[in-house]
Design a protein around this ligand. Sequence first.
Ligand SMILES: NC(=O)c1ccc[n+]([C@@H]2O[C@H](COP(=O)([O-])OP(=O)(O)OC[C@H]3O[C@@H](n4cnc5c(N)ncnc54)[C@H](O)[C@@H]3O)[C@@H](O)[C@H]2O)c1
Length: 292
Amino acid sequence: MSDYGLTKILIMTGRLLEGKKGIIFGALNEASIAWKVAERTVEEGAQIVLSNTPMALRMGDTARLAEKLNTIVIPADATDLDDLDRLMKSSMEHFGGKFDFMLHSIGMSPNVRKSRHYSDLDYNFLEKTLDISAVSFHKVIQTARKNDAINEWGSILALSYVAAQRTFYGYNDMADAKALLESIARSFGYIYGRERNVRINTISQSPTPTTAGQGVKGFDNLIDFSERMSPLGNATADDCANYCVMMFSDLTRKVTMQNLFHDGGFSSMGMSLRAIEQYSKSFEYDKEHPFD
Ligand SMILES: NC(=O)c1ccc[n+]([C@@H]2O[C@H](COP(=O)([O-])OP(=O)(O)OC[C@H]3O[C@@H](n4cnc5c(N)ncnc54)[C@H](O)[C@@H]3O)[C@@H](O)[C@H]2O)c1
């Protein structure tokens, strides 16, 4: 489609994802980033299928979201290739053909959950962390490709965190998982881009108060520190949903194999006045209580 044709459609419909279809993984409850993305994509005219693990579907509110958005939920453990194959086939059946986008919004670390220190990891847990939080992204893309499920100029996204590049106390083995996740976006982005013009990116999101986020040690301090450090403040789940809509839209067709920071500027900061002010308060406290 020419740029002129594209602009014309956008002006006519006013909606960025009119006619597009996609799968959204990981909407557990209203706090989930995927929940907000699901709502925004539908607002922008997309048709979606929601997916989560059978256990999450029992414990969470995904069915309520599906009802609200007038769509269906297809259970799948994203580490299980048979589940994913069924999901791709059923989604194509539901949509009446191929679809255009996928959001991988999946993360879990048994080491974080069980408070295992990074210097004393349980390696069976580590395998689970990597499989659920990173390798599942490869499995999702590989299964979609084998089913030839994604239209030309489709867009695939996963959510990452800056701990993939820099060390954050308490983020534990999730940092290693995020580094692998971002690498998969580059490696598969090359293959899928060459073959079908499908783009693959990760969005590196600010700390966000969700079920997975709050599992990270010292999360409240992390979110406060990050807010003070970021010139634009932390990006919320709603902000992230807007960014995902843009990345699924035809306006970003040539963006691929990138890790896109969506963090209010945090990743480019060294130290901010608002963070220093808070830090220096502890020095005042030290001076007042030299023996505490
Ligand atoms: N919350 C944050 O601070 C933050 C910051 C940056 C990136 N992220 C990333 O955003 C993504 C979404 O997390 P969230 O913060 O919305 O939390 P969330 O807890 O709402 O979502 C995590 C989802 O992963 C799903 N999941 C777990 N194991 C799965 C499996 N085997 N197969 C399929 N789904 C599975 C859960 O059921 C849940 O829906 C994660 O990748 C997370 O690492 C979160």
